[in-house]
Design a protein around this ligand. Structure first.
Ligand code: NAD
Length: 253
């Protein structure tokens, strides 16, 4: 039956930045669908751990600053030693710096590109190497943005990184589809998380944004639960290199 194809019973998912926001909702969704979860976090994911353990699933965490790649071997090792394998990678952690392009610093550029793109690539590579060792394929889901498709304002590094994520997702899908590895992305619209607090606090920008969302509301972290479970499941076995917008219709305008 088709719904059996959506279950993730016995799977192991690695979710970066799952202490809060979209990453937390996606980690909980994957656990609800049957996964044990490995987190890769800068901040202690206490609440996420409690929610996942309350579902009867396992949760392991590795501490990391994802501006650097040095924690990658340890997190793959943590998944394998705690749960015996890795099936799913969700590259959720991301950062944003808002400054006029004319004044944008090299430090901000490097920090954003390192977290949002460089480390994402090397996590994809490490997960794919692990999938290869297991010889059973796997699922990679990268988190893109509306700024994968549009230019944005005062966020040049973020736009560059999230635009690159769509290209990287296609490039990796092309190389790894044959091995049963599905690489796709989700592009969330304007979601109510700490990432958009500054935007939501700016009354004028906030009203402008809300005014062009056909669904008439900001997205909630829970809006990503169905899409991430779908892309992580056997139901998406023939979906490769695609970026799914979950945006209340923003891009349709
Ligand atoms: P958030 O600020 O609530 O969460 C960001 C997560 O990334 C946190 O867990 C944070 O600790 C982690 N992170 C940031 N820098 C890190 C670093 N150096 N090392 C380790 N972890 C780090 O924001 P969110 O809205 O939940 O964002 C999650 C993802 O969704 C990000 O990739 C973001 O760009 C993307 N996104 C968000 C929106 C939105 O409207 N909120 C829209 C599109 C895309």
């Amino acid at each position: 039956m088709v719904l059996d194809n959506f279950t993730l019973d016995g799977k192991v998912a690695l979710v970066t930045g799952c202490n809060t926001g979209l990453g937390q909702a996606m980690a909980v969704a994957l656990a609800e669908a049957g996964c044990d979860i490995v987190g890769l976090n800068f901040s202690e994911p206490t609440e996420t751990r409690e929610q996942i353990q309350a579902l009867g699933r396992g949760f392991e965490n590795v501490h990391a600053d994802l501006k650097k790649t040095d924690a990658i071997p340890a997190v793959i090792e943590a998944a394998v030693s705690a749960f015996g394998k890795l099936d799913i990678l969700v590259n959720n952690a991301g950062t944003i710096r808002r400054t006029d392009a004319i004044d944008f610093s090299e430090q901000d550029w490097d920090d954003v590109l390192n977290v949002n793109l460089r480390t994402v690539f090397f996590l994809c590579q490490a997960a794919a190497q692990q999938f290869q060792r297991q010889n059973r394929g796997g699922k990679i889901i990268n988190i893109a943005s509306m700024l994968s498709f549009q230019g944005g304002i005062r966020v040049p590094a973020y736009t560059a990184s999230k635009s690159a994520i769509v290209g990287l997702t296609k490039a990796l899908a092309n190389e790894w589809a044959k091995a049963g590895v599905n690489v796709n992305a989700i592009a969330p619209g304007y979601m109510a998380t700490s990432n958009t607090q500054a935007l939501r606090d700016d009354k004028e920008r906030s009203a402008e944004i809300l005014g062009r969302i056909p669904a008439g509301r900001w997205g909630m972290p829970e809006d990503l639960k169905g899409p991430v479970v779908f892309l992580a499941s056997g139901a998406a076995d023939y979906v490769n290199g695609y970026t799914v917008a979950v945006d209340g219709g923003w891009l349709a305008r």
